[in-house]
Design a protein around this ligand. Structure first.
Ligand SMILES: *Cc1c(COP(=O)(O)O)cnc(C)c1O
Length: 391
């Protein structure tokens, strides 16, 4: 039976339906009901649901080689590492299976580097309301107030400061500090972008103190914000960066990238059974090929403006707040309108949206979303706003 959900652990409230098929910006259930998807697996499905380039890459690679094991080189992993290094200006790559695992690797790399290069420094400055994942160390690095009482004792060594507050960062650096780690746009916090000034200030502080600047681009990377990596729009370069979500376009792959001087893992320090397997690397290569096409990035920026215009117009007409974010990672402040209630009404109307906060909506459509789909989203969103306001 497809609707007996009792054998699944309940880790999130889920609607009582089973999705069976996806195509581009649409998802379908068993009865062939359709939903216009502006969540896309939480900014994961870069090219929408089940794009042909991904199924082709999966089929072709699965016929060639699935899994020689992480103790051997394979063609797609080598090619993908070289491609990511060339595109990012970072030198070496470690592949993993989730954003949390890539961040866990970044934390370990920083501690190892601190042990070898910074007299044993091991503490990492992270930010209030930041999000880095759900392993024990990445939950400890996360600044979500809701995580604070959970699973204690946490992994020590994360000093949390307010996002955007350069003086607080400067004041938190001591002899044991090895790195500053942050999202260039806080995604789960409700799409809160860091300013160029703040990011450049962090770069300067890191250089001045000889510590690492580590960017969690799990949500912002791979074209999501209108440049291949968010840091490219901020006039800085990180020492370490993590990628996940959009990298695999729907298959589980993530990456930890670093400058050569930081790459100090020795055999035995880091690894994982499935890491860098050719199947997922072949898919990531296919995704990158699409996203790095010049016209593609231009299209993201056009769609961003179109989506922003639709949201700004609705905000003006229904007394809501500002549009925030970059590229196709946008948020709308709903003011007095309850965002989770709005998401429920939208769901009933056939539109998938996300409310990261009680008063904000997040929009993360496929990067190849069409202008017709953006207009249709606006139409459904307006109906959902009306239903929410009339309650
Ligand atoms: C989603 C996310 C993660 C965690 O990625 P998982 O694949 O869920 O482990 C980490 N950092 C940021 C910024 C994210 O958005």
């Amino acid at each position: 039976m497809n609707n007996d959900y009792s054998a699944l652990m309940q880790i999130a409230p889920r609607p009582q339906i089973t999705f069976t098929r996806g195509a581009g910006s649409y998802l379908f259930d068993e009865q062939n009901n359709a939903w216009l998807d502006f969540v896309q697996g939480w900014a994961v499905n870069t090219l929408g649901h089940s794009p042909a380039v991904i199924s082709t890459a999966l089929v072709e690679q699965s016929r060639q080689l699935l899994n020689p094991g992480p103790a051997f080189y394979n063609g797609p992993a080598v090619k993908l590492a070289n491609r990511l290094a060339a595109l990012s200006g970072l030198d070496q790559v470690f592949f993993a299976n989730s954003g949390a695992e890539a961040n866990e690797g970044a934390i370990k790399l920083a501690r190892k580097w601190g042990a070898k290069q910074r007299n044993g420094a091991w503490k990492i400055i992270t930010f209030e309301n930041g999000f880095h994942g759900r392993t024990l160390a990445t939950m400890s690095a996360t600044g979500k107030p809701a995580f604070e009482p959970l699973f204690n004792p946490k992994v020590p060594g994360f000093t949390k400061v307010p996002y955007g507050d350069l003086d607080a960062v400067a004041g938190a650096i001591d002899a044991d500090t090895v790195a500053i780690m942050l999202e260039p746009i806080q995604g789960e916090a409700g799409v809160v972008p860091a300013s160029e000034t703040f990011m450049q200030g962090l770069r300067a502080l890191a250089d001045q103190h000889g510590i690492l600047l580590m960017l969690d681009e799990v949500q912002t990377g791979i074209g999501r914000t209108g440049s291949l990596f968010r840091f490219q729009a901020l006039g800085i370069e990180p020492d370490v960066m993590t990628l996940g979500k959009g990298l695999g376009g729907g298959v589980p792959i993530s990456a930890l990238l670093a400058k050569e001087r930081v790459c100090c893992f020795e055999p035995g320090d880091q690894g994982g059974t499935f890491n860098g397997n050719p199947l997922v690397c072949a898919v990531a290569l296919a995704v990158l090929e699409q996203v790095t096409n010049d016209r593609f990035m231009e299209q993201i920026n056009l769609s961003s403006r179109a989506l922003s215009a639709v949201l700004t117009d609705l905000a003006a007409r229904y007394g809501m707040g500002r549009v925030r974010g970059a590229g196709l990672l946008l948020a709308l402040d709903t003011g007095t309108v309850n965002a989770p209630a709005l998401v429920k009404h939208a769901f009933d109307l056939g539109l998938l949206l996300n409310a990261p906060r009680p008063n904000s909506l997040r929009f993360m459509p496929a990067l190849n979303v069409t202008s017709e789909e953006i207009i249709e989203m606006g139409r459904l969103l307006e109906l959902a706003i009306q239903r929410t306001q009339s309650k």
